[in-house]
Write a protein that binds this ligand. Sequence first.
Ligand code: MOS
Length: 757
Amino acid sequence: MSEFAPVTAPARQRRQASIGQPITRRDGVAKVTGSATYAADHHPGGMLHAVMAVSTIANGRVTGLDIDAAKAHPGVVEVMTPANRPSLAKDPDDRDNPFMFRLDVLQNDRVRYVHQPIAVVIAETFEAATEGAALLAPKYEKEPPRVGLDAGEAFVPESVGPGAPSETVVGDIEAGLTAAQRQIEATYETPAQYHNPMEPHAIVARWEGQRLVVDTPSQAMTIARGRLAGLFGIDADDILIRSPFLGGGFGCKGAMMSPQVLGILAARLVDRPVKLVPTRPQMYGPLGHRAPTRQTLRLGMDAAGKLTALAHHTRTSSSVFDEFFEPASNISHTLYASPAISTTHDAVRVHTGTPMFMRAPGEASGSIALESAIDEAAHACGMDPLAFRLANHADLEPISGKPFSSKRLYACYAQAAERFGWAARSLEAGSMRDDDGLRVGWGVGTATFPVVMFEAEARATIRADGTGVVETGAQDMGQGAWTALAQIAADSLHLALDETVFRAGTSDLPDGGVAGGSGHTATVGNAIDAAGRDAIAQLIERAVADDQSPLYGAAAEQVVARWGRLQMIDDGARGERYADILRRAGLREIVGHGRGRADADVAERYAMHAHGAVFAEVKIDPDLGQIRVTRLVGAFAAGRVINPRMVESQFFGAMIWGLGFALHEKADVDTRTGRIMNADLAEYHVPVNADIRSLEAMIVEEDDPHVNVLGIKGVGEIGVTGTAGAIANAVWHATGKRIRRFPIGIADVLDDEASAP
Ligand code: MOS
């Protein structure tokens, strides 16, 4: 299924803007009834099942695989190893841009991390392939793995994140610290985290000669298609990717990953359609993660509590064979003004799968450290942490000196603080208890996320019957793109939602860009808007030149589209329906094209960010150490809101991630073996319903004239920032214990007398 919105009778059409309406997900029924087709739901005729065998060691070589045993198992068709893997046109260890990652696709016998694919068993059934993979019983030549943030020599990476400088300094940090009345220095540690989308990177691959058809989840189908074209030496136009629904992405479906490429290679090897679905444990290895960090913050404050220096250093790790460096320090560019700011990174290489983008990459890990440090600084100055923040914000972006595009941060603070009741907070830690004797703590964190736009295209068609079709290869990870983009599509053609067919989710549509960086709605939305306006402009041109039209002879700029009609701006009665114009012109349709992308000139002049504030209440059992987040209140200003229901849901989702960051998520890595000891959803903890007691996300209105034509910022990632720090600060306020290693656990907050034997 790749379209929604059947055309219905005019009586049902709503004559109002679709943008701004809190409509429910248009794909919601399909999803909850199981009719939405995810990648693994496809079963083309003759399809075989592939299962990856993955390494159990972190470093070394595969010296033996019992291929005969696997092949002898009933139902096993073939075993793919480096010896018989079909060749590739491009070395999978090459990469030529920051959005491309090196792959592990059986290029040799090297093992570089645990769960690296080392063979693929292809069989008539999933069960036979699974058993065949077990029968391979690999033998290894082991070498000691490098594990942890102190493994090997640290170095300064050339860049962090996708192409950001790893060091940025303004002013003189040491002078600022020397001049300070008070200083704090604190080191925070965040663990490796794994994306854990509900749907793994499943793929069903089918070769039709040199043509390739794949069903696989992708946040960026055009980039994925280019990647596959390069690897397989075929034309991008000969590749069709279908990704109408993604069961979550969070960054890990932003690039074509090794298991997906292995599925395609397997299909080529056996010359039949192949399905390959990584198991949940296999998701912890070749499919990306958020790298661990150790962040040191040094802050100086003058007598009035104004920052005199802000130094943020991050140590992180990447794999031994590829590059992605968590840009955690760069959060300190944006929020707090200081005459001296320095953000630096260094890194070690460890035997792990390559880290990559994960929801608010850099901002999330950086924010929990920065917001904790700001809280420590505020209390060191004897100031309320909200007052301290207000004293340290600036109208210009601290690092760039550029003006913010309509900065609404103060409104976020005011609205969320009032709703939360922050004014009643005691300054002193450990001073609040509830009626049951639980320790109560209140904390605040500031949220921010940059306005990111990629590039996208869209096509908008007005058909002979006056209805519309809008098409773009957009991707819905679950965030509601099918819905929000369809709302923009309808408005762009000045049609009701019911009169507008919206198609997305396949790579043969116009380039839908990247569902990432919280920039999808802004980028594709503006492409759609431009395409719709182009189609309308063509229609106006026809009408004013047609002597049968009531609009004949009018100046084009005096004519506007109004809900399926063109009419004079100043005389609504003078006009006619789209369908009439097309009918007389003998046209089946009029097609408009549009592009969306950042305006480089505006980006040069303004610092563009979404802002927010999050307040958290925790209750901690003094005897058991159990930490409950009993209230979370966030307020966010993120530009034009296309659909308040979807936007609130994005804030909720990200705030819940923030809670998980503070209290739950952590990959436990065995330092001796490099194995992740909790590589499954039973032991890798994420927040569940019972962890969320009360959650509120307020939308602060913001009309930003600069960011793009539609005024859209982004809502997907900002909620993680702010939230995690607010919770950590609330834990301090409840207990007086400043926990600097995340996630915060029971043992961290137990009263000393309670933990004594
Ligand atoms: Mo998101 S980490 O930009 O997919």
